[in-house]
Design a protein around this ligand. Structure first.
Ligand code: NDP
Length: 295
């Protein structure tokens, strides 16, 4: 069993991007600039946005964090996105989800200029991804593809079972893995809460991507010997031994599953850091006016 070390791979991606920033500066060009919007103070969202902003600083990107009270009106939020769209210095815009219930997330995403939509959630970018055209790939699946590529994990002809069909993880993951690319060329089964025979499907999987949001959902009896297991889940569970009172676990019962696998991602330190690395890559491409082409 080998651990897929997201911290290590993301550090390598960040080092490449830091070199690009040095090159841009030497040429007197502007450095990439990411604008992040955080509404309210959901603790998990606070942590995610803070690490995105910190990562920008580490590699020499500019970042701007716009924080709004949870009671912000939808119109005020949309107006601020429009200002960022019109600001030529801003290359990438991300709105940390989830948003408070009174704000229509779809409308917010649709308001972001697709050319600055570095999360890849705008329908125009989703459409391009589905059509195999250059676009911004949603950061989590893109980060997983970068990780598979880094470790040279064989994917061609493999059966991948993706658990979870969200727009931000499961669905784009299933599309990327099924493409005629490397990594890719998998036969993909996309599963969800209505899937009748999940355990049987998982037992056939060479690759499992778990994106459910339930602690320790994937148990050892669902995993075949030698499978590759990618754990996307980030779940807080109570832990009185921690100062914070909680610890993070994935969607996979790591201790029981890991010995059966050929490769597995830990939580934390697996997919999470890769998501940030992918977001930074998208922001770099946005600053050059290019889109990522996974084909
Ligand atoms: P969603 O809640 O949007 O989607 C969860 C999916 O899991 C749904 O498709 C749901 O099915 C499916 N599901 C729920 N219960 C079952 C079940 N019993 N059997 C099979 N499928 C089930 O979650 P996200 O995709 O946004 O996130 C998933 C996890 O990944 C979360 O823990 C989240 O925190 C984490 N995450 C981590 C990131 C990272 O950087 N590491 C980034 C983004 C998310 P249905 O559609 O039928 O309801």
């Amino acid at each position: 069993m080998q651990i897929l070390d997201g911290k290590l791979v993301s550090a390598a991606v960040k080092a490449q991007l830091a070199d690009k920033v040095t090159e841009l500066k030497a040429l007197g060009e502007k450095v990439p600039h990411l604008a992040a919007i955080l509404v309210g103070n959901n603790p998990a969202s606070e942590t995610y946005v803070a690490s995105k902003v910190k990562s920008c600083a580490e590699i020499g990107f500019h970042s701007t964090l716009l924080r709004f009270d949870a009671k912000i009106s939808e119109k005020h939020l949309l107006d601020n996105i429009t200002l960022l769209n019109e600001n030529a210095d801003i290359d990438g815009i991300l709105v940390q989800l989830p948003l408070p219930k009174h704000i229509n997330e779809e409308l917010v995403i649709n308001t972001i200029d697709p050319s600055k939509d570095v999360d890849g959630f705008h329908p125009m970018n989703v459409g391009k991804m589905v059509a195999g055209l250059p676009t911004y790939i949603p950061a989590t699946p893109y980060g997983i593809m970068l990780m598979l590529e880094h470790y040279n994990i064989p994917t061609k002809g493999k059966h991948a079972v993706v658990i979870g069909r969200s727009h931000i993880v499961g669905t784009p993951m299933s599309i990327l893995l099924s493409r005629n690319t490397n990594p890719g060329n998998c036969t993909v089964t996309l599963t969800h809460s209505q899937t009748a025979n999940l355990k049987e499907l998982c037992l056939q999987a060479d690759i499992i991507v778990a994106a459910i949001g339930r602690p320790n959902f994937v148990t050892a009896d669902m995993v075949k010997e030698g499978a590759v297991v990618i754990d996307v889940g980030i779940n807080r569970i109570e832990d009185a031994t921690k100062k914070s009172g909680f610890r993070l676990v994935g969607d996979v019962d790591y201790n029981a599953v890991a010995p059966k696998t050929s490769f597995i991602t830990p939580v934390p330190g697996g997919v999470g850091p890769m998501t940030i690395a992918a977001l930074l890559k998208n922001t770099y491409h946005a600053s050059l006016g290019q889109k990522v082409n996974m084909n």
